[in-house]
Ligand binder design. Structure first.
Ligand code: BTN
Length: 252
């Protein structure tokens, strides 16, 4: 199997990568599509994928790590993405919003959806699909109206047009490098670098609990397991496992 499959159009590259991983696609195998008809975001949201303007890709990762480390890989992937784009667009202020949204000047320009094989899967067959969506050459008008205040692209930020395939290769290599760092030096090493890019640290943020309560608290950064900690005015510390956290001032 070649290491990269390029498609003109598909439903979701994550679904394709998942099927190919089940059939044995190896560590680092990737799929890239010009557009997706059913792109998936986190928390059951859609990922709008306007044709030939963004990077929509999924990479199969077979980490040499116990299954308990797999959820942390979502932060590892975010750091890999952020480090790769920082090198490509020096001077543009990128940052990470937990768990792994890529932001630039308070607007979202990329996101990651990681999906892992079942915990019952034998170690040698287990995998994680890392799906990356990046707004690269996307003009503002290509975003749906409701996203136009919240989203941005590399082109909007820099005025430049980028080679999407070239970008894929840089991000792919950065991802594999960061997985290797995670495997050999541990997640602490990843966290140290992740924290330098943490957009929620020290910021007032809000989220809605399962019983529909809105909580406002100050971001304290991810803990050693990659879960987000936040402290409210009364000193109570919350551990956020997953979910949609928003900055209190912008709602982004
Ligand atoms: C998010 O921010 O909610 C995550 C977005 C992830 C989108 C990418 S696009 C390529 C891959 N295929 C999908 O269906 N989703 C991911």
């Amino acid at each position: 199997m070649d290491n990269l499959l390029c498609l003109t159009s598909t439903g979701s590259t994550n679904d394709d990568a998942w099927q190919l991983a089940l059939k044995g696609a190896g560590h680092g195998f990737g799929i890239i599509a010009d557009t997706q008809l059913a792109g998936k975001g986190r928390l059951g949201k859609d990922w709008v994928s306007p044709a030939q303007t963004g990077l929509y890709c999924s990479i199969v990762v077979r980490p040499n790590l116990p299954f308990t480390e797999f959820p942390k890989l979502t932060l590892t992937a975010g750091l890999a993405l952020c480090s790769a784009v920082e090198k490509l667009l020096p001077g543009i202020p990128f940052g990470l919003k937990w768990p792994n949204d890529l932001y630039c000047n308070r607007k979202k320009c990329g996101g990651i959806l990681t999906e892992s094989s079942s915990p019952n899967c034998p170690d040698e067959e287990s995998f994680v699909v890392v799906g990356i969506g990046l707004n690269v050459n996307t003009p503002l008008a290509a975003f749906p109206l409701e996203l136009q205040q919240k989203a941005t692209s590399f082109r909007i930020q820099s005025g430049k047009v980028f080679d999407i395939l070239g970008l894929y290769h840089k991000i792919h290599d950065s991802l594999l490098d960061h997985v290797r760092i995670h495997e050999t030096h541990g997640f602490d090493h990843i966290l140290q670098e992740w924290r330098k890019r943490d957009l929620l640290f020290g910021k007032e943020m809000q989220w809605v609990t399962r019983d529909k309560k809105v909580i406002t608290a100050c971001g304290m950064g991810p803990d050693a397991n990659g879960q987000l900690l936040a402290r409210d005015n009364s000193g109570r510390v919350y551990e956020i496992l997953s979910g949609d956290v928003q900055l209190a001032d912008t709602g982004n």
